[in-house]
Design a protein around this ligand. Sequence first.
Ligand SMILES: *Cc1c(COP(=O)(O)O)cnc(C)c1O
Length: 483
Amino acid sequence: MQEPIHSKTMITDPAAAWRERDLSVLWHPCTQMREHGLSGDRALPLVPIERGDGAWLIGRDGRRYLDAVSSWWTNLFGHAEPRIAAAIAAQAGQLEQVILAGFSHAPAVELAERLLAIAPREQRVDGSWRAPLAKVFYADNGSAGVEVALKMAFHWFHNRGEHERRKFVALENGYHGETLGALAVGDVPLYRRVYAPLLLECLFTPSPDAYLAAPGESPAQCAERAADALRDLLEAHAGEICALILEPRVQCAGGMRMHDPLYLRRARELCDAHGVFLIADEIAVGFGRTGTLFACEQAPAAADGTCAGIQPDLMCLSKGLTGGFLPLAAVLATQAIYDGFLDDSRERAFLHSHSYTGNPLACAAGLASLDILQGDDAIARNRDTAACMAALAAPLAGHRHVADLRQAGMIVAFELTRGGDKRTPFEPGRRVGLRAYRAALERGVVLRPLGDIVYWMPPYCIDEAQLALLAEATRAAIDEATA
Ligand SMILES: *Cc1c(COP(=O)(O)O)cnc(C)c1O
């Protein structure tokens, strides 16, 4: 017996009704909205979510989805983490927001103190330390944090009368956000190309991406080759460059492309040799994603005996900064950079601001998140989780459509290709990544491939059973998408 389908039953499907309501008013980020209206192969489903619980997202229809992408790489310890939620609620009852120009509040100061205390340090061969990151400037999202770092670098040289230093160097295939300044130093064509006429000039240098290694070349040799190209670029433009910006260890939006951390050591040395600031964009990789608290720590020791780990002159943090609860960014700067703005003239000051700079609720979330990161020894626990991810991902490497399986701590990624090697990509028109996305979603797992690159970047609370489910759904999704 089949029930007659009349419009009433359609409208009472809560998820369908919600989709209609959403699409009548919302314009979603990073989305070709037309795809939500399509049916069949090219359709992009819209999933209404009601609540979160650990690594799970729970839909309005009660369906559960394992969040394998940490909700755009923001979430560290699971959704609706009660300790962070409680810290925000307590702060909201005390002070929700105050202008940070001329005023101060405890969450902003305490968070700055704690960030500076854990920031990367660099010890030289003679036992001395590089002058540490010493000041925190807040912004309210990652792109805005990048804008702050770029403007600070430029303005610092300007204040010194070095007006020719106004160019930035960035890595090919890097990503630093969507606002015009951040977009200008990014090199992901899909996001950049159409706006190129609006963007400030940027010099791009080859990425150390191990994926680009020539046949027979090791990741370290590939990094050396990219560093030599950086050296040549810095020499060719001596005196014109104010800063190099890079994503240490993993170029995330560029396809979770990973490089040998040797490149970070070389980049640090080259920036020092040329008097250029090094801006580390740790917005995605910070707070333990790649196995260490900050990715900069993974740079190897130098030939001259300098200890492992490099320290940038400016470091941008966001995404996981609040555990994934609220938008906030922090730019950490050295004392020397800060001092370059001290003057009787206001124009020599850094007059940048955002209305919500250093919002107390976001800072309180940041403090609670640091408590968990440090109190629960999350970095050490992540090592076990990362080993489990490696074991579960390993069998996928043998799949005939999987190429270049790679991992950095809590990030695992691979390419879907026709022949299972780098040189045989699927035709873009097949949209294999989108198919994999839909197939995984049907199995209750949120994968969100970058083109045809599938990755796992789960919240740190994910357990073994959930990881097994993730691996199982990933294999099934690949099979379905490549069939
Ligand atoms: C996400 C991201 C940004 C931009 O942060 P938003 O908060 O999305 O503006 C900048 N840099 C990197 C490396 C990122 O991954």
